[in-house]
Ligand binder design. Structure first.
Ligand SMILES: Cc1cc2nc3c(=O)[nH]c(=O)nc-3n(C[C@H](O)[C@H](O)[C@H](O)COP(=O)(O)OP(=O)(O)OC[C@H]3O[C@@H](n4cnc5c(N)ncnc54)[C@H](O)[C@@H]3O)c2cc1C
Length: 318
């Protein structure tokens, strides 16, 4: 990506004291690989986000919102813009009857356990998804027969492009579909309102324990970002990858998990570019084997110089 000359310096000047330079993003992701953000802001308030928007509007710097980093692969070269993380002020969860107000930085497993403890049902599925509320709205995260769309009422969204653009957007306008939404890369979900149902606390706790046990039995731990590809209609990406003979396939420091073919593992100290190369290799092999072109679920960040190739590159964020 070609940036206007001096944009990073100018944005750093405008963000005086709020932004840090060259902050490694790998440790903020579950892959734990990848390079730094040119600028990094941990926002403590909506005003901080407004300041970022002012700097972005003035400089044209690209933006990246980082939640829990459980669905992100950041290139080894890093991200040449401003990465924004929501701070602890955005992690609150408040229950009022069957309505739950959760900050964009609240952890899904915490929200799942809190709502069950609060006598509600409908959000148990989220205990197994290591993301944030904001990332879950953007991705329409889901599992165990449910997803965000099933309980989301509205989300408060702040723009990182237009200072002061701060709106509560109803579910119908968020266009939540299978692992996708209309939330754009420059939009920050700072809070979400969920509508749940009265439930039995003990039954909820049993369900949570079952989900946790199922995850431990069926999914690998370690450095991965969950499912790499979304499931095609009426099929499973893991089954297709396995059928194409890719289980255990290794490219440099990245490997297709021998436990679950749609999870790719990065070695400690490994390379994000290896993970991406493995994604492309697996995608090619599956297409050759079954004719299915897998669509990535993992959001790719900073991969701006794809090698020429016969097939379209995997989707890149921003
Ligand atoms: C072991 C494991 C199991 C998983 N299982 C599941 C599963 O069962 N179901 C499932 O759906 N996913 C699963 N995931 C993937 C991941 O947890 C979800 O996609 C989650 O919603 C991502 O949230 P996050 O906060 O980590 O987002 P990130 O990975 O940080 O970001 C993902 C995307 O959301 C954007 N984003 C993040 N925060 C915000 C925000 N506040 N506002 C606007 N945009 C934002 C980012 O810019 C990026 O585009 C799994 C991941 C792992 C590691």
């Amino acid at each position: 990506m070609t940036l206007p000359g001096g944009a990073v310096e100018e944005a750093a000047r405008l963000l005086d004291g709020l932004a840090q330079r060259e902050v490694p993003l790998g440790p903020l992701t579950t892959y734990r690989v990848g390079g730094p953000a040119a600028l990094f802001v941990e926002a403590s308030s909506v005003d901080d986000l407004g300041r970022v928007a002012g700097a972005v509007a003035a400089t044209g710097l690209p933006t990246l919102v980082v939640g829990k980093g459980s669905n992100l692969l950041v290139a080894d070269a890093g991200f040449p813009g401003v990465a924004v993380v929501l701070g602890a002020a955005f992690a609150e969860i408040a229950i009022d009857g069957t309505r739950v107000e959760a900050g964009g930085a609240a952890a899904l497993p915490v929200a799942a356990r809190r709502t069950v403890r609060g006598g509600l049902t409908g959000f148990e599925w989220a205990v197994g998804v290591p993301g944030s509320i904001g990332g879950a709205v953007r991705m329409n995260a889901g599992g165990h027969g449910s997803d965000m769309a099933a309980s989301l009422i509205e989300a408060r969204i702040v723009s990182l492009l237009r200072p002061g653009d701060d709106a509560v957007v109803p579910l119908a306008h968020l266009e939540l579909g299978y692992r996708r939404s209309a939330v754009a890369p420059h939009q920050v979900v700072v809070a979400a309102t969920l509508g749940l149902r009265p439930g039995d606390r003990e039954a909820g706790e049993r369900e949570i324990a079952e989900i946790v046990a199922w995850r431990r039995a069926n999914q690998p731990g370690g450095q991965n970002a969950g499912s790499v590809f979304v499931n095609p209609l009426d099929d499973s990406a893991g089954r297709l990858i396995d059928a194409a003979g890719c289980k255990g396939l290794r490219l440099g420091s990245a490997e297709v998990s021998p436990k679950h073919a749609n999870f790719f593992q990065a070695d400690a100290g490994g390379s994000a570019d290896d993970v991406r190369a493995l994604m492309e290799a697996v995608r090619r092999r599956v297409r050759d084997h079954s004719g299915v072109d897998l669509r990535p679920e993992t959001r790719l960040v900073g991969f701006h110089n794809p090698q020429p190739r016969a097939e379209p590159p995997v989707e890149v964020e921003g």
